[in-house]
Write a protein that binds this ligand. Structure first.
Ligand code: ADQ
Length: 506
């Protein structure tokens, strides 16, 4: 296969832009919101690389017209659109990615569905992404594959282009083997990921779940976050993602934001205390748990709706999927009930917004909130928690944070909670509302130190440096046989899993 011209290529399900067609038919591109886009934007601008991804549109040729549509440059980045047909969007994206992998990797909070035709579409689309990437990458280039929609790309790419340096980063959790083992194609998914030199995860526990899956389903011995397969060294470890902390901090300090903070607080009925939730409308985010706790506090009389308001911003998400529509109905019914029971004219107990907000408005909301509620049932990282912290240069405000987020590993000065424990969640909301300024400042200072020092640029450069070090010199370093505790763990894993052992001989 002929090499392309880009020394650095990012491969992600979505391009970082949305196609906008004006009434006169002219086409333009607008930067799209979302965790990954927010995270990668500053890195791509600095790197002058290429980005391979789906444009968000459907193309009924389904790639028959080629692996990519016409590439174009936008905001200093070379964008390479991968076409998907509407059937592929249904089966690869809504189906296998969001109906199988998303629930399976998020602790089976919702039941994953396993369909063979979804898997076939996932394989076909991953192959198209690998082909498109192979055509863009220069000889010896670095390719960074993003997220669970593209887990087969690393091996497919290596097969076509063994000269490349390949990294993969999983933005969502990697589940314990006991859950991962349910996946009928577990071995193939692991083989796909093992095509990378470096497999990055949000938390160390995710990396260790992955290594354990490799031991159990592929019989590979791992040592110190590394294993050897096909004569190559593969490293799996944690790189907790972050935000562009400096720019959030600066945005929160502008005169315009300050002005908007005062307006927002006035509109919400200042001096009422403001609780805030900001999430994609997803069942992993624990929005219903948060509403339950708040509704009970109002019903108990522990919180007076005259003094307090909960602002819930729920960004529309995956609305073509039935379970997401059902969740939206449930949330809106609950909000309606709480407001019916506890609101007064012009003064709802819950102020609910179901749309996306400009970044400036988000910064003003964060600055206006006395308490930020992040109650995810499982979340790879949760950037909202970090954005809240970055916005609080006034060292005020309290973060209530689920211990099931990646962010909880770093933001230990938050009020950490198990969101399933509604009584404890209620106690912590009250504690947050009552917390004195001195303690707020003490906690917020420590949180800010962490978030401002560990920003998204550092995340990307640490990942890329580690990838470079790993592949420098070319010759793979042999891993000694698993020793000590590791060997015992491997033996126990093998003994416990007859299926894994059977796969060992394949
Ligand atoms: P998400 O599940 O999308 O990301 P999160 O990390 O919270 O979750 O990122 C959401 C982003 O969207 C934030 O930057 C937030 O500001 C923005 N956003 C949310 N609601 C918005 C609204 N109404 N208007 C405008 N912007 C809004 C996935 C994983 C996470 C992981 C990220 C990055 O599920 O666990 O942290 O990728 O790796």
């Amino acid at each position: 296969m002929r090499a392309g011209e880009y020394d650095f290529v990012v491969v992600a399900n979505r391009l970082p832009v949305d196609r906008v067609v004006a009434p006169d038919g002219s086409v333009s591109w607008r930067t799209s919101p979302g965790g990954l886009v927010t995270a990668m934007e500053p890195v791509m601008r600095a790197a002058d690389g290429a980005w391979v991804g789906w444009s968000g549109d459907t193309d009924e040729t389904g790639g028959e017209g080629g692996d990519t549509a016409a590439p174009f440059d936008e905001g200093g980045v070379h964008l390479v659109p991968v076409p998907l047909s509407s059937a592929e969007v249904e089966e690869y994206y809504e189906g296998f990615s969001n109906g199988t992998l998303w629930p399976l990797y998020h602790d089976v909070i919702a039941a994953p569905e396993f369909h063979r035709d979804w898997w076939d579409a996932y394989v076909a689309v991953n192959r198209r992404f690998a082909q498109a990437t192979a055509a863009q990458a220069a000889e010896g280039a670095t390719v960074w594959v993003q997220d669970y929609q593209l887990q087969l790309v690393p091996a497919m790419l290596r097969e076509r282009r063994p000269d490349l340096r390949i990294g993969f980063f999983n933005h969502i959790p990697f589940p314990p083997y006991e859950l991962f083992a349910q996946l009928p194609w577990r071995g193939q998914v692991l083989d796909g990921l093992l095509g990378a030199d470096l497999v990055g995860f949000q938390r160390m526990s995710d990396a260790n779940n992955f290594l354990r899956a490799c031991r159990r389903a592929r019989g590979l011995a791992s040592r110190r976050q590394e294993l050897v397969t096909g004569g190559r060294r593969v490293r799996a470890t944690a790189f907790p993602i972050s935000i562009d902390s400096g720019s959030f901090d600066a945005l929160a300090r502008t005169e315009r934001t300050e002005g908007r903070v005062a307006e927002v607080r006035f509109e919400l009925g200042a001096p009422r205390k403001v609780l805030l939730g900001v999430d994609r409308l997803d069942y992993t985010k624990g929005i219903t748990h948060r509403l339950k706790a708040y509704g009970e506090l109002l019903a108990d009389g522990a919180v007076d709706p005259e003094d307090t308001v909960l602002v819930q911003v729920a960004t529309p998400s995956r609305e073509r999927v039935a379970s997401y529509r059902a969740l939206r109905d449930e949330i809106e019914l609950t909000v309606g009930r709480i407001n019916g029971d506890h609101g007064t004219i012009g003064r709802p107990a819950v102020q609910y917004l179901h749309h996306s907000q400009p970044r400036e408005e988000m910064a003003a909301l964060y600055r206006a909130a006395d308490v930020m509620l992040v109650t995810a049932l499982r979340d790879g990282m949760n950037l909202v928690a970090k954005e809240y912290v970055a916005s609080r240069h006034d060292e005020r405000g309290v973060l209530v944070l689920s211990e099931f987020t990646g962010a909880a590993d770093e933001l230990t000065q938050a009020l950490l909670v198990n969101p399933h424990d509604i009584n404890r969640l209620k106690e912590l909301i009250l504690q947050a509302l009552a917390m004195g300024e001195k303690e707020q400042a003490r906690r917020m200072r420590a949180l800010r130190r962490r978030v401002l020092e560990h920003d998204v640029t550092r995340w990307a450069s640490e990942f890329l440096r580690s990838l470079e070090q790993l592949t420098d010199g070319g010759s793979p370093v042999a891993v000694e046989p698993a020793a000590g505790a590791e060997r015992t763990a491997l033996a126990a894993d093998r003994a416990a899993d007859a299926v894994g052992a059977a796969e060992l001989v394949r």
